[in-house]
Write a protein that binds this ligand. Structure first.
Ligand SMILES: [Zn+2]
Length: 483
């Protein structure tokens, strides 16, 4: 992984996998090192596993709705992959609609860049560095060697399941989906190897590898800029970053060829107009209140809970991590139908419940208990009809804590309401605007000429310069963020 993990969560290591290796592993030749190594999965299994997980990633995070951009990334990715040791994998490159800068590889050749990463890069050569690094993880089979059979079996579970009993421990219900593959930690040696492999692939395709340390430096600057919530906290303290930049520079110094292809204009033309930061059209938080301009509703979450807006769910986790709230679209024709489906799930016992009216919206609210591996959970579920859709608000906690959380659960369900505020209904995302400097000027001057809606330090990071007094040469393409 390029940044390794999202949401600041500790990567799920494979303590158990070590044992599985000894007991059940076969042997295979590593395509990069040529050494025989323990392999838990065949290539066919690897591809199948990656494809399934990739589908889940696409559903969970959503793809950026821009086919020319997707085609472009696929084209550059394929170009690099054909230089790799495994050119015949079904290489697939996609941009997911997530504002967090990240890149990750799934087994079998399924590689994702986030929109946030696309925003930060400033040339095709930098994108080649990032894609090459991820290709390196796949060709060196870093992810495959970390996956236990247990995880393999788990991949099939959880898809389409309404209920996520493990979510209280791992947040957001990600634990039971292919998303967990994103949190594997490869270790520093693997990261170094992926950097080297990426460098090799990019150089063979004539990309300007002297640009590559720029994107590492940008990622390091983001880590240093404190207080930006969307940035993985891991970056801030990662001691390997300066070393990684030095290594990239040292590798570049060994190259004697003249100027290579940066692809800067082609790249910037592709990201011109792209959304920057979270897209509020897909729902956004204001304080603890979640507002959705397209679906025209609002719902309040308790103070201090950790919240997360995903394409298919809004999740909230109690500060003590022992209670979960989740908002999704319900399955079913109406509130009653949806409630019947939910409460008839195996292992689930319906409690008291019935029809209600939530701020003018017809609803069915019910208590329930569920038997899980972690013990008995008690919760409330509400199905609320609004504007032709049925929403599901699910709230649960271990039974012994239910009395403590019930008032908060009731309050959240009761806060579901329509939105009429035009400022919310008409909210627009920030977008990247690529402009050319007309003369030599400082970043401050540039910002006065082309005002951005983001603070100057963030604009500096975006444009890969040190700060407000940095001098931009004349005739250079730079990025501003406008509404
Ligand atoms: Zn990596």
């Amino acid at each position: 992984m390029f940044i390794d993990r999202m949401f600041g969560r500790r990567a799920r290591g494979c303590a158990a996998a070590g044992l599985a290796c000894v007991l059940a592993a076969g042997c295979a030749v590593n395509p990069v090192t040529g050494r025989r190594q323990l392999a838990l999965v065949s290539e066919a299994q690897e591809i199948q596993m990656g494809r399934q997980a990739a589908q889940e990633v696409g559903q969970q995070l959503g793809l950026v709705d821009n086919q020319p951009l997707q085609d472009y990334v696929q084209r550059v990715g394929e170009q690099l992959a054909r230089e790799s040791e495994r050119p015949n994998l079904p290489w697939t490159f996609r941009v997911v609609d997530d504002a967090t800068p990240n890149a990750f590889a799934l087994p079998g050749g399924f590689i994702f860049l986030t929109r946030g990463m696309m925003d930060l890069m400033d040339s095709e050569a930098e994108m080649a560095a990032v894609l090459g690094h991820e290709i390196g993880h796949v060709t060196a089979r870093h992810s495959v060697t970390q996956i236990s059979r247990g995880q393999l079996a788990q991949l099939g579970l959880g898809v389409g399941s309404i209920f996520f009993p493990e979510a209280a421990q791992t947040f957001g219900g990600l634990a039971q989906t292919g998303m967990q593959l994103l949190f594997l930690s490869y270790g520093r040696d693997a990261e170094r190897q992926a950097d080297e492999l990426g460098f090799r692939y990019a150089l063979r395709e004539g990309f300007e590898i002297r640009e590559m340390d720029d994107i590492f430096a940008t990622l390091m600057r983001i880590g240093q800029a404190s207080g930006r919530s969307e940035i993985p906290s891991w970056l801030a303290s990662h001691p390997a970053e300066p070393e990684r930049i030095r290594a990239a520079q040292a590798r570049a110094d060994t190259v004697t060829r003249g100027p290579l292809n940066t692809g800067r204009e082609a790249y910037l033309a592709r990201i011109n107009g792209m959304v920057y930061g979270d897209d509020p059209r897909q729902g956004f938080f204001r304080g603890g209140v979640f507002l959705h301009p397209e679906m025209r509703f609002r719902i309040g979450f308790p103070q201090g809970w950790r919240t997360q807006n995903m394409p298919q769910a809004v999740n909230a986790l109690a500060p003590q991590q022992d209670a979960v709230l989740q908002l999704t679209l319900a399955q079913g024709a109406n509130a009653e139908d949806a409630a019947r489906r939910f409460l008839s799930q195996q292992g689930l016992r319906a409690g008291q419940g019935g029809r209600q009216n939530v701020n003018g919206n017809p609803a069915v609210v019910s208590y329930f208990q569920a038997q899980t591996q972690q013990g008995i959970l008690t919760g409330m579920v509400a199905f609320i009809e609004h504007n032709g859709r049925t929403f599901q608000v699910l709230a649960y906690t271990p039974s012994q804590a239910f009395n403590r959380y019930e008032p908060a659960f009731r309050q959240v369900i009761g806060s579901f309401d329509q939105v009429t505020d035009p400022a919310v209904l008409n909210v627009r995302p920030n977008r990247i605007d690529v402009v050319r400097t007309t003369r030599q000027m400082t970043l401050s001057d540039f910002n006065r000429q082309h005002p951005s809606v983001i603070p100057l330090p963030e604009l500096a990071i975006l444009n890969q310069v040190e700060g407000p007094t940095s001098v931009l040469p004349a005739g250079q393409w730079k990025r501003v963020v406008a509404q």
